[in-house]
Each structure stands twice: as structure tokens, then as C-alpha cells.
Design a protein around this ligand. Structure first.
Ligand code: URA
Length: 205
């Protein structure tokens, strides 16, 4: 997979990049999503946390990680001593992909072409935010940041070199925790997520 392309002659600030991303038509997801959900956080910060794509709540609110998975992530960040306002929170794919089912919109995993189309924006975010370390939540973010795939469980808790040459720590996606049975399996995954958040925070500081 190619490195995230850093656009030439394009937005030189996060604000300008966000405005440009609002009218992105690089893949078909723009036709059905409500809006582009851009990342948020300080203009330059040491830690970037990357999820998969906005969900139903994020698509409506226009902000990353404000729905149920976001609540899990934000609680885990608090347990790890991370101020959510001090990190750059974003997604590998910036439009919500879903299948309509009655009045519901059911999440669909983005495919390779959609991840690659959005790579362009991730390259721009990485170049502008300049994090010392990125934390990939789940397999889509891990693929988008490293270009590599493989059994996700074996990668959780490890650090790989990203396509942008920086370190990428890999962990569980908070939505995965919500799909696990309550009790031991979910507790163990939450424990790992908090440990990875803490390790990422320390390594980036
Ligand atoms: N899941 C993600 O990966 N990102 C969000 O912003 C919300 C849910």
C-alpha cells in the first residue's frame, strides 16, 4: 500500500483542511453520509488516536467519538489519565458507511478502496498535527496507518512503524468491547485498551 499521500498546494492549516474535507467526493460514501466528520483536538499534539469511521451519532453530530463507542473510549481515556481535549481524535474514513434497515442505519465496515480514498486526508492530518505517536483503534485504523493486515488480536498491544514512518500502537476498537459479553471477556479487553492508551500517552509525552 502506498504511503498516505501528502497533498501538494493544499490546505496548510487544519481549519482549511477541514473546510476542504467537507466537500470531498473522493469516494461514493459522501453521497449517503450526512457530512464529513473531521478530526478534532489541538492544532499540534503528541498523540493522535485513530478510529475506523464515524458512526450514526457522529454522522449526525459532526464530531468523532460522541456515540456509545465514544463513551467507552472517553471513559478509558479518563482511566488512562488522558485529557480528550489534549489529543487529536480522528477516523481512518471520514464518512459514515451504513445500510438502511427501516429507520435504522446499520454500520458497514469500509472497504479497501474507501480506506485508500481517505488516506489522502489522513496524510494531511499526520503532516499538520505531527504526532509523535498514533494509536490505532481496531483493524481498519491499523491497516490505514501501517498498510498491513493480519489477525488483529495478535497485533493488539504491539507497536509497528506506520506508512508515515512514525510509531503506531495497535489496540482494540471500543465498539468491539461493546460486542463482547459482559464480564471477563469485556473486562479483559477494556483493561488492554486502557493499558494501550496509557502506554501511548507515556511514549508520546
Ligand atoms: N467508531 C469510530 O471508529 N469512530 C467514531 O468516531 C465513532 C465510532
Amino acid at each position: 500500500m502506498p504511503r498516505p499521500e501528502v497533498p501538494v498546494d493544499l490546505p496548510s492549516s487544519l481549519g482549511a483542511a477541514q473546510a476542504a474535507a467537507q466537500v470531498c467526493t473522493r469516494c461514493a460514501l459522501c453521497a449517503t453520509a450526512t457530512r464529513t466528520v473531521w478530526g478534532e483536538g489541538p492544532a499540534q499534539t503528541d498523540l493522535m488516536i485513530v478510529g475506523e469511521q464515524p458512526g450514526d451519532h457522529e454522522d449526525l453530530a459532526g464530531r468523532p467519538f460522541v456515540g456509545p463507542a465514544g463513551q467507552v473510549l472517553r471513559q478509558a481515556m479518563a482511566s488512562a489519565g488522558i485529557d480528550p481535549g489534549a489529543v487529536w481524535l480522528t477516523n481512518a474514513v471520514k464518512h459514515f458507511k451504513f445500510t438502511p434497515r427501516g429507520r435504522q442505519r446499520l454500520h458497514q465496515t469500509p472497504d479497501r478502496a474507501e480506506i485508500l480514498a481517505c488516506h489522502w486526508w489522513m496524510g494531511l492530518e499526520l503532516a499538520l498535527v505531527q504526532p509523535r505517536l498514533t494509536l490505532a483503534l481496531g483493524a481498519t485504523a491499523a491497516f490505514a496507518l501501517t498498510g498491513r493486515e493480519g489477525p488483529h488480536a495478535a497485533r493488539v498491544g504491539t507497536v509497528e512503524t506506520g506508512l508515515h514512518d512514525g510509531p503506531v500502537r495497535i489496540t482494540w476498537h471500543p465498539s468491539y468491547l461493546l460486542r463482547l459479553p459482559e464480564g471477563e471477556p469485556r473486562d479483559a479487553a477494556l483493561h488492554q485498551l486502557i493499558a494501550d492508551l496509557r502506554a501511548a500517552h507515556q511514549a508520546a509525552s
